[in-house]
Design a protein around this ligand. Structure first.
Ligand code: FAD
Length: 516
C-alpha cells in the first residue's frame, strides 16, 4: 500500500517536481513541533494556504530521548504564532516560568550569577549600562543587582513583562520549563487539529532516486510505503535519513566541548518554586536543576575523558533536594552538527541535525529556528539549490554562535581544582571567540548581531559573571560626573528591588494562571 499524493500530477515533462507532501519522520519534540509549524503556516487549512500535506511517522517502540525541559524565550513567539493558548499549554505540560539560568561555581567555587532573559539597567539609556557599572565598579556592587529578572529570580517572583517601553517591567522576557514527556503529546494534538496525519510504525527501508540520490519513499515494518517530496528527519540521534542514508557527515566539536555523557533523574519538588534553571559546575562538568510544577528534573553532564559514569551518578544523586522518582538514565552524545542540515530533499531538525550540550537550553531553540527558516525559504519545487544553501548558511551560523557562547562558560574560569578545569581554562578556543574575548577585555564591548541567540546582555552576564572584567569602558562615560552616576546607581538598585518586591510569588501566580 502506498500512502501519499500523486505530487507530479500536472507537471510539464522536464519541469521540476512541485513540493506537495512533506513527510516528517520522528515524533519527539522536534517532530511534533515541525509538523505543527508546517501545517499551521503552510498546510491546507493553515495561514499561507499553500496546500501542503504533512504526514508524521513515529515509532512508539523506539520512543523519544525523554530529556529537554528548559527553554529560551523565543519559544513563546513560536507558540503564539501557531495559536497555542499559554495557560492551557502550561497546565498540560506542568510548566513553570523561567526568567534565566543561575550558574553556580563556574568562575570560581563559591561564585553564583544569573544569566537573565533581559537587560541590565533601565531601557533606553544610550551607552550600555555595564560601561557605567565598570567605571564605578568600586562602589557599584554586583552587576546582578541592576537586572530586574535577576532580582525577581533571587526572590522567586514572577510577573509577565509590561509592553510599555518606559517601564522597568519591559526589560525582560521569559521562557518555560516543562515536562518533556507531556510536551510532544500536547503538540501532537495541536498538530492533528491542524490537519497533520500521523502514522505509527518503524521505518525499516528508504528508497532513493537512482539518478539524483533523493529520498523517494519510506517502507515501514508492516510493509506500508509512504512516498513524499520533502522529508524532515526528526529521528533524534539516529539520523536515519540525513546520516544513515545520505551519509552527510558530522562536524565534531568535542575538542572544544568535551562533555559527551549525561545522567538524568527526576526527584520530588523541594523548597520554593524557582522561576529559573540552575547549572552547578562540578569536577568534570555540571548538573542541571529544572523546577516543574509536579517535580524537579535533574541531570549531570560530564566528560567521560575526565570522569567515570559511577562518579557522575554519585554526584548527581548526592545533590538531589527531594526523593528520587525514577532510576538514573544515562545518555551519550557527541557535540557538533551535520555538515549540511539540509541535504538533497532531507532537512534534519532536532537531534538528528546536531547537538550542543544543554548548558544554555539551546536545542529547542534550534528546532524552532530550523522550522522558521524552512517556512521562510519553503521552495515551490524540488529545484531548490539556492534555498538549501541559504538554509545551511543560516543554521551553521546559529550553531557556531551557540558553540562559542558555550565554550566561554568553560574557558572563562579561574578554577584549577581538577584536570578538566585546567584543560578547559587553557583551551585554544575558536578564533571567533578569541576575538570577542579580546575586544571585551580591552573596552567592555561585545561585537553585536541583531538577530539570533545571545545578544549583548547575555554575553555581558556570562563574561562579568565569570570574572572577565574589562580593562576599559566606552569613552562616552569617561566624563560623567561621579556624584551623579553614584546617585543614579543607588536609585537604580532601589528601583529594581521595589519593582521585584511588587511582583507576585511565582508559585502563587502559577496556581492562579495555569491551574497548578
Ligand atoms: P527524539 O526525542 O529522540 O525523537 C526521535 C523520534 O524519532 C522518536 O519519536 C522516535 O520514535 C522516532 N524514530 C527514530 N527512528 C525511527 C524509525 N526508524 N522509524 C520511525 N520513527 C523513528 N534541549 C533543550 O532545549 N533544553 C534542555 O534543557 C535540554 N536538555 C537536554 C539534556 C540532554 C542530556 C540531552 C541529550 C538533550 C537535551 N536537550 C535539551 C535536547 C532535547 O532533548 C532535544 O532537542 C529534543 O527532545 C528533541 O529531540 P528529537 O525530537 O530530535 O529526538
Amino acid at each position: 500500500m502506498t500512502y501519499g499524493v500523486a505530487s507530479n500530477e500536472g507537471t510539464p515533462s522536464g519541469a521540476a517536481k512541485r513540493i506537495n507532501h512533506v513527510v516528517v519522520v520522528g515524533g519527539g519534540t522536534a517532530g511534533w513541533m515541525t509538523a505543527a509549524g508546517l501545517a499551521h503556516m503552510l498546510g491546507a487549512s493553515g495561514l499561507g494556504q499553500a496546500g501542503l500535506k504533512v504526514t508524521l511517522i513515529e515509532s512508539e517502540a523506539i520512543g523519544v530521548v525523554g530529556v529537554g525541559e528548559a527553554t529560551l524565550p523565543h519559544i513563546k513567539a513560536f507558540n503564539d504564532t501557531i495559536g497555542i493558548n499559554e495557560a492551557e499549554f502550561m497546565a498540560a505540560t506542568s510548566a513553570t516560568f523561567k526568567l534565566g539560568i543561575e550558574f553556580v561555581d563556574w568562575g570560581r567555587k563559591g561564585d553564583s550569577y544569573i544569566h537573565p532573559f533581559g537587560e541590565f539597567g533601565l531601557p533606553n539609556e544610550g551607552v550600555a549600562f555595564h560601561h557605567y557599572w565598570r567605571k564605578f565598579a568600586d562602589v557599584a556592587g554586583p552587576l546582578d543587582d541592576y537586572s530586574l529578572p535577576v532580582v525577581a529570580c533571587r526572590n522567586a517572583k514572577f510577573q509577565p513583562p509590561s509592553e510599555d517601553p518606559r517601564s522597568v517591567l519591559s526589560t525582560y522576557r521569559y521562557a518555560y520549563q516543562f515536562d518533556t514527556l507531556q510536551y510532544a503529546p500536547f503538540m501532537r494534538s495541536h498538530a492533528e487539529k491542524k490537519g497533520v496525519t500521523r502514522i505509527e510504525g518503524k521505518v525499516v527501508d528508504v528508497a532513493l532516486d537512482p539518478d539524483d540520490g533523493r529520498v523517494t519513499e519510506l517502507t515501514l515494518e508492516n510493509g506500508q510505503s509512504v512516498a513524499g517530496d520533502l522529508f524532515i528527519d526528526c529521528t533524534g540521534f539516529f539520523g536515519l535519513l540525513i546520516e544513515k542514508q545520505l551519509e552527510t557527515g558530522y562536524d565534531d566539536w568535542s575538542e572544544w566541548l568535551p562533555a559527551d555523557r549525561a545522567v538524568a533523574v527526576p526527584c520530588e519538588s523541594a523548597g520554593p518554586l524557582l522561576p529559573y534553571t540552575r547549572a552547578t559546575a562540578h569536577e568534570a562538568g555540571w548538573s542541571w536543576r529544572i523546577p516543574l510544577q509536579h517535580r524537579t528534573g535533574n541531570g549531570h553532564v560530564y566528560s567521560s575523558q575526565f570522569l567515570s559514569d559511577d562518579a557522575a551518578c554519585d554526584t548527581l544523586l548526592g545533590g538531589l533536594e527531594g526523593g528520587r522518582l525514577a532510576d538514573p538514565r544515562f545518555l551519550r552524545f557527541v557535540t557538533g552538527k551535520r555538515r549540511k542540515l539540509w541535504n538533497k530533499n532531507v532537512v534534519a531538525i532536532g537531534l538528528s541535525g546536531g547537538f550542543l550540550e544543554p548548558l544554555e537550553s539551546t536545542s529547542i531553540y534550534l528546532i524552532q529556528e530550523g522550522i522558521s527558516k524552512l517556512v521562510e525559504l519553503f521552495p515551490q519545487d524540488q529545484d531548490c539549490a539556492v534555498e538549501t544553501r541559504e538554509y545551511n548558511y543560516w543554521m551553521d551560523l546559529q550553531f557556531e554562535r551557540i558553540r562559542d557562547f558555550l565554550i566561554l562558560h568553560y574557558h572563562a574560569t579561574q578554577r584549577d581544582d581538577s584536570d578538566f578545569w585546567n584543560h578547559m581554562r587553557n583551551l585554544k578556543v575558536p578564533d571567533s571567540l578569541q576575538e570577542r574575548l579580546e575586544l571585551f577585555r580591552a573596552h567592555g564591548h561585545v561585537s553585536a548581531y541583531e538577530h539570533g541567540l545571545f545578544l549583548v546582555p547575555s554575553w555581558i552576564a556570562v563574561l562579568i559573571g565569570q570574572r572577565v572584567i574589562p580593562q576599559g569602558f566606552d569613552a562616552r562615560v569617561a566624563g560623567t560626573p561621579e556624584a551623579h552616576v553614584k546617585q543614579h546607581l543607588a536609585g537604580l538598585r532601589d528601583h529594581m528591588s521595589k519593582a521585584a518586591g511588587s511582583m507576585e510569588d511565582h508559585a502563587t501566580f502559577l496556581r492562579r494562571y495555569a491551574q497548578m
